[in-house]
Design a binder for this molecule. Sequence first.
Ligand code: ATP
Ligand code: MG
Length: 558
Amino acid sequence: MSEVEVGSNFVREIVEEDLRNGKNGGRVATRFPPEPNGYLHIGHAKSICLNFGLAQTFGGTCNLRFDDTDPVKEDTEYCDSIKQDVEWLGFHWNNLYFASDYFDQLYEWAKELIRRGKAYVCELTPEQIREYRGNFYTPGKPSPWRDRPAEESLDLLERMKNGEFKEGERVLRAKIDMNHKNMNMRDPLIYRIKHVVHHRTGDKWCIYPMYDFAHGLSDAIEGITHSVCTLEFEDHRILYDWFIDALELDRHPQQIEFAKLNLSYTVMSKRRLLSLVRDGIVSGWDDPRMPTISGMRRRGFPPESIRAFCERIGVNKRDSMVDIALLEHCVRERLNDIAPRVMGVTKPLKVVIENYPEGKVEWFDAPWHPTDESMGSRKLPFSRELWIDSSDFMEDAPKKFFRLTPGREVRLRYAYFLKCVGVDKDENGNILQVRCTYDPESLGGKSPDGRKVKVTIHWLSAAHAVPAELRMVDKLFTLEDPMSTEDGDFKSCLNPNSMEILQGFIEPTIATQTPGYRCQFERMGYFCIDPDSTPEHPVFNRTVTMRDDWMQIQKKDA
Ligand code: ATP
Ligand code: MG
């Protein structure tokens, strides 16, 4: 592959600087902490490449930690898919952890905060808590339970844990500052009651720790040095630090925030992706139109392309929208190097070569790749009746149409010159087949007498071609920013043609390949065999078209 361009990455620079200064004893430890409440998307890939990349670059470690502190939305199915996606992207975690592994330790620390006078059990209702908290302009009001004795809070916390209260009747709160200009510091919640079964701890707990409490302390337990997260947690860093300081832990990870990836023509949040799945708008999380890692894998994106994309967009602190054309460009760049070139016809049109002997079959040697000779070649059958793509024929063609039209000659790839001599139609005027002649002297597509043809088209021997379902994957949304619709509903700009299903033909040599096989149908685009495929009924997804919009954008900008 052409050399990967590298965008700037300020987190990498911070880590370098820390290493130069001997911070953390020269250790680099990161983690990727997904909540198992959905499948990973391309935004998560950015975080994965960043966290695992830091560990690789600096000889450090990276953990995969499931942030499973909110039992309501979480599921084991999601955990399995996340592990699969991280590995498919080419990364290996040093340790696999669950935040729920730390529930006992977190509970001990909660009691320690109470003993240190830094936390209390509060009996205000959720509405009162909100009201007492005030807002940016008005100071908060202390809870009447704020200064209750530690013994009382310890006893109540124990009883919360034992299930004596209903949800919302008691919470544990940190005692910080009800007038703090950062709202997160106005006595934030530490534990709330939830009478729900957790996918790993079962019914052992009916109180669950809040994200801000659990996250930083989980980092500390694992000895994380650089805790990388997205910008929306910038305002939470002060609280992240407060918990670690309040408990005087000897390991203090550094939280660093970076800008999320936003990609044009798609939505990214798991909540919205889930609603596309639930509403049946897509066939599942791994529908090839989804911006999920599993969707992209199914569509045929190579993992190297996703990694190259993440390198190129870089890591910074400014929110922006990345053009999906860049991602597709990275996909083409890789597939151009590795994908075998094959014959596939998406909209078949029959050609009969009138002067080619009936029953005769020739086998033409066709290399799998134009430059990579190590890929070898295969034999392509040629016979009297062919399939060509209907876009390569026009009966009443304008002057600039150089493909097949009555009276014009084209080259058949690897084969002969072909000339159109007539068209057969049914009673309604629909074209049934195109009648042609070939020039036996032009074998191998070489001109016998110096006469030129402008265009080479692809073809399949009709007797040998295998029918295949071709799923022409396209953008799922018609707007660059689907969140900017007039009615505010991203589902009102769904692309009605996001997956046209065509019945085409493919060359026999690839019909027996298995799901995941990637190839280029010459002139038609890159395709990948779908898991729905069977030897009797091959199914291909179009990964990307041949047209590289990114190159056009670069040219325009130059
Ligand atoms: P979503 O809103 O899509 O559900 P999330 O941030 O809630 O995303 P998590 O499972 O909590 O999802 O994310 C795991 C990690 O991936 C976090 O560190 C998060 O910051 C990061 N991440 C999530 N979305 C993006 C994105 N679009 N770009 C970069 N990193 C992201
Ligand atoms: Mg989330």
